[in-house]
Each structure stands twice: as structure tokens, then as C-alpha cells.
Design a protein around this ligand. Structure first.
Ligand code: UDP
Length: 364
């Protein structure tokens, strides 16, 4: 009898992480079956479908088409939809990723139906309870049976909250993904030619965290700093649809004229740009780590990070959304390390380890 895993995804970083685990599940298809639910949280084709196509993720059996609205309404509608699917599919595991509303809705729906929850990226903390992601993480971890941590620090964070059962440091699936796609991206992406960029001759930026985008002063400081850097070298900004909408709303769109603004990019193009960039400026969790994996100095436009190792190893500089701090960090990028020391994110086999814990010692 094969084990049934119900996977809940909904947002771009979850599609990318799920790609690594789904590929591993397919290798064991006689023993384990995956059914995927897409909550619909990200729905633009370039934020969703392009990842399923490019990363060869199995098509979701269910799409709940829940998008937009405030956190409560969105999470509530997802909760209702996921509950129905769990009742119909009767899975052995519910598998969730990261820290979005889709993660929390999956965790709540399954745990109340006594279906064990496996959380990939368990134990990350920013210690900033104003972030919706922090609330989602803490609650999801609390009701999960398998807490699949990407780092040793994540294991320690959970221990501090009294969570030690079912906790495993499996390494970071994003590192698996980086190893799998880094050469493929260099070979197959034409994005450098398309945008007329030279290797190590440009900066790459992303910005989408609510703490930055929901505050016109912070968002204004970020785009002004990027515009200032663009005097020195081209700044490529794949613009998240939410950030674009808010920039328009705040009347800050004119600041974009100095930047090379593009629509959100397919993954291989993004990975090709990351590897070729001289510096990366971001508020994204995934992009911070990819900068580290590809040995590109990173400026994180937040006050804190969950990926503390990138900072302590000298690759990542936290500036908050401050114009002065961002420019100061930019002028100091040549002082950041040029070679990797140890890698705290595992050895690129996180997906295999996740699978071995799902299958368990007495798996069918
Ligand atoms: N990403 C992408 N195209 C883009 C911007 C980001 O493929 O235009 C990828 C990026 O390489 C990383 C992931 O999306 O793997 C990060 O997702 P995001 O920044 O949306 O979320 P976070 O990591 O902050 O949760």
C-alpha cells in the first residue's frame, strides 16, 4: 500500500521548494503518492504557472482559487477548501512549506482532522511578531508532527519553544534547488543578452515584504536608494505585482524610471541573473540565500533576517529600509567575503531526507 501525501502550495517560493521534494517523491512512486493542492494565493501566470512548467512540478489536482482579500478572509477560505480536500482524499500526511497563509491554513485544517502535518522550513524565526509570516510559522510549527528544519539554528529556535519531538535538521531544500538549477540556468537562460547586461556589471533587486511595501516612507527610501545605485551601474528590478500596485498608489512610480524594471521572472532567468549580479539587494528570504549559494554579496533591506547564518558569515548586510544604510552598504560591498567558508544549509540532499522521514522506519 502506498502512502498518500497531500501537499499544500500557494505562493512562488513554495512552488520552487515543492519542485525539489516532488521530484524526489516521483523517484519512489511505488511507495508514496503525492496529491497537490494549489490554494491560488499567487495566480498571475508569471508568479505561478511558469514555475509548474519550468520546474516540472506535477499539476495540482485541486486549485482552490483563493487570492486577494485580507489575511483573515484569505486564510479562512483556504481553511475551508483544504478541509474538504482532506476529508475526500484521506491523506497519511499533509505537507506544507514555509510561512504563508497557505501554510497556516493547511496546518490548521489537517491538525484538527488529526492528519499529521510535516512542515518544511520549520523553526525559522525573525522574532518580529508584526510580520504575518512569523505568526504563520510559529502556529504551523506548533501543530506539526514532523518539523523539518533547514538549519541547526532553526532546531535551536524550536527547542527554546519547547518543541523537540519530531524535529530534524534535514538541510535546506533551497540548496538542493540551487545545485540542480545553477548550471541549467547558465546554459539555458538568455536573460543577460535580452537585457543587455554584462557579467558582474549590474545590481539585482527585489522588494515585496509587507513591512516595506505597506509603508510609503520605507518603499520610497528603497526605490530612491536603488535609483541612486543606478547612477553607478544598472539596477534590474523584477517587480512583484503587489509592489507595483502600491508604488502606483503612493505616486512613487516615477522613481522607477532610473531602474531596469521587468515583470516577475521565470526561475531560470532569475537564477541566471543572481549568479551574474555584482550585488543583490532584496527583502526576500529565498533571494538572500540564493545570493549566499552563488557567492554574491547581498544587502537585505530589512531590520532582521531568519537566515542569520548569511549575516554571521559575512555575506549579507542588514540595512533596514534606510536610504543612507543601503547606500553605505552598497559602497562597502567590496569588503564582503569573496570565498565561501562552511555551508550551514546542508549538502543538497534535503529533499531525500524529507522523504525518508515521511516514509518513516516502518513505511509500506
Ligand atoms: N524569484 C523568481 N523570479 C522573480 C523573483 C524571485 O523566480 O522575479 C524566485 C527567487 O529566485 C527565489 C524565490 O522566487 O527562489 C523567492 O520568492 P519570494 O521572494 O517571492 O519569497 P520569499 O523567499 O521572500 O518567501
Amino acid at each position: 500500500m502506498s502512502l498518500k501525501v497531500l501537499t499544500v502550495v500557494g505562493a512562488r517560493p513554495q512552488f520552487i521548494k515543492a519542485a525539489a521534494v516532488s521530484r524526489e517523491i516521483l523517484k519512489h512512486s511505488g511507495r508514496i503518492e503525492e496529491v497537490m493542492i494549489h490554494t491560488g494565493q499567487h495566480y498571475d501566470p508569471n508568479m505561478s504557472q511558469v514555475f509548474f512548467d519550468e520546474l516540472e512540478i506535477p499539476a495540482p489536482r485541486y486549485n482552490l482559487e483563493v487570492s486577494g482579500g485580507n489575511h483573515g478572509a484569505m486564510t479562512g477560505r483556504m481553511l475551508e477548501g483544504i478541509e474538504k480536500v482532506i476529508v475526500d482524499e484521506k491523506p497519511d500526511w499533509l505537507l506544507i512549506y514555509g510561512d504563508t497563509n497557505s501554510t497556516l491554513a493547511g496546518a490548521l485544517a489537517a491538525s484538527k482532522l488529526h492528519v499529521p502535518v510535516a512542515h518544511v522550513e520549520a523553526g525559522l524565526r525573525s522574532f518580529n511578531m508584526r510580520m504575518p509570516e512569523e505568526i504563520n510559522r510559529i502556529l504551523a510549527d506548533r501543530v506539526s508532527s514532523l518539523l523539518l528544519c533547514p538549519t541547526h539554528v532553526a532546531v535551536e529556535n524550536l527547542a527554546r519553544e519547547g518543541l523537540t519531538q519530531g524535529v530534524h535538521n534535514v538541510g535546506d531544500v533551497m540548496y538542493d534547488v540551487a545545485l540542480y538549477y545553477r548550471e541549467r540556468a547558465r546554459k539555458n537562460s538568455r536573460i543577460l543578452e535580452q537585457l543587455g547586461l554584462a557579467e558582474k556589471g549590474f545590481a539585482l533587486a527585489t522588494c515585496h515584504r509587507a513591512e516595506n511595501t505597506d509603508d510609503p516612507v520605507k518603499l520610497g527610501a528603497i526605490v530612491s536608494a536603488l535609483a541612486e545605485i543606478a547612477v553607478d551601474m544598472p539596477v534590474v528590478l523584477p517587480l512583484h505585482p503587489r509592489t507595483r500596485k502600491l508604488l502606483q498608489q503612493y505616486g512613487l512610480e516615477h522613481q522607477l524610471a532610473a531602474l531596469s524594471v521587468v515583470d516577475p521572472l521565470p526561475f531560470l532567468d532569475m537564477v541566471a541573473l543572481e549568479q551574474a549580479a555584482k550585488v543583490i539587494l532584496t527583502d526576500s528570504g529565498g533571494v538572500q540565500k540564493e545570493a549566499f549559494f552563488y557567492e554574491v554579496p547581498c544587502i537585505t533591506m530589512r531590520d532582521e533576517t531568519e537566515w542569520v547564518e548569511t549575516v554571521s558569515l559575512g555575506w549579507n548586510h542588514l540595512t533596514g529600509a534606510s536610504f543612507e544604510n543601503i547606500l553605505q552598504a552598497y559602497s562597502a560591498i567590496s569588503e564582503l567575503p569573496t570565498e565561501h567558508g562552511n555551508n550551514p544549509y546542508g549538502d543538497g540532499t534535503a529533499a531525500g531526507r524529507i522523504l525518508s522521514y515521511l516514509l518513516g522506519p516502518s513505511a509500506p
